[in-house]
Design a protein around this ligand. Structure first.
Ligand code: ATP
Length: 259
């Protein structure tokens, strides 16, 4: 079976800043895949390019077997995306927002209702259904954004730091939703700093540093790459791998060259 997502040799710069340097990764169907890395490693840039919010300088991205540069619109129906900094239309009620999100993805009305009711219940937002987004708390907005990203039942759900700002019950519900999706053969791709969560939740992770993947696989594979023992945590493995990949730090190279 083809992977749901393949990224090959992805490069992206913002002016002088080279954010991605030949990033390659592969996400299989039916897994929760985590992208972990230090601040500024290139996680958000990678996600934004995959969902079509940013253009790439070079590289290839294949979603469900289709090169996204060849079909720049069609592939988006396969994806649900929740950014790190969400910005929702504040003048709509929660219900209007979810209906709107379903309609722009051509979801039939009865399915929109069904899914909306389900997620409002799961996220304990039923009493906010007719409230303006403006009046929702940060965590409630985050839950609303996740519900909106799921309203068209996407094959690939992509979330940037999905659990930040969400209360423990909400976090638990989100993890349950992820597990349910995986059981249905759908895929969840998250970027996160929460390594204990990533360790418990993700079947595989990729460690990104200085714009490239330094290691990817399940925890035991990563332990092997980091030459750590069988009881090493993801945090220990992460620290070792990122320390070792300091050699890719372009600023360090510049400084050494200049000194
Ligand atoms: P964090 O964990 O802090 O969210 P990240 O891994 O998501 O970081 P990115 O946001 O992808 O990292 O940033 C990668 C690099 O690109 C950083 O050096 C960042 O300063 C730079 N960068 C990101 N967005 C822009 C932009 N719009 N303009 C200029 N530089 C940018």
């Amino acid at each position: 079976m083809t992977p749901i997502l393949e990224v090959y040799d992805l490069w992206k710069s913002y002016g002088e800043i080279q954010a991605l340097r030949g990033l390659t990764l592969r996400v299989e169907r039916g897994e929760i895949f985590g992208l972990i890395g230090p601040n500024g490693a290139g996680k958000t840039t990678t996600l934004k390019i995959i969902v079509g919010l940013l253009s790439m300088d070079r590289g290839k991205i294949i979603v469900d077997g289709v090169d996204i540069t060849k079909q720049p619109y069609e592939y988006k129906r396969l994806i649900g995306y929740v950014p790190e900094s969400i910005s929702l239309p504040e003048y709509l009620t929660l219900e209007e927002f979810l209906i709107y999100s379903g309609r722009i993805r051509n979801v039939p009305n009865e399915l929109i209702r069904e899914r909306m009711n389900y997620y409002l219940k799961v996220f304990e937002l039923e009493n906010k259904r007719r409230s303006l987004i403006l009046s929702l708390s940060r965590g409630m907005r985050q839950k609303a954004a996740i519900a909106a990203a799921l309203i068209h039942d996407p094959e690939l759900l992509i979330l940037d730091e999905p659990l930040v700002g969400i209360d423990p019950v909400g976090q638990h519900r989100i993890k349950e939703i992820f597990s349910e999706r995986v059981k249905e053969g759908k895929t969840v791709f998250i970027s996160t700093h929460m390594l204990d969560t990533a360790e418990r939740m993700c079947s595989r992770v990729a460690v990104i540093h200085w714009g490239r993947i330094v290691a990817s696989g399940d925890l035991s594979t990563l332990r092997g790459i980091a030459r750590e023992g069988a009881d090493a945590t993801l945090e220990e493995v992460f620290l070792k791998l990122t320390e070792e990949s300091e050699e890719f730090n372009p600023w360090k190279a510049d400084n050494e060259a200049g000194s």
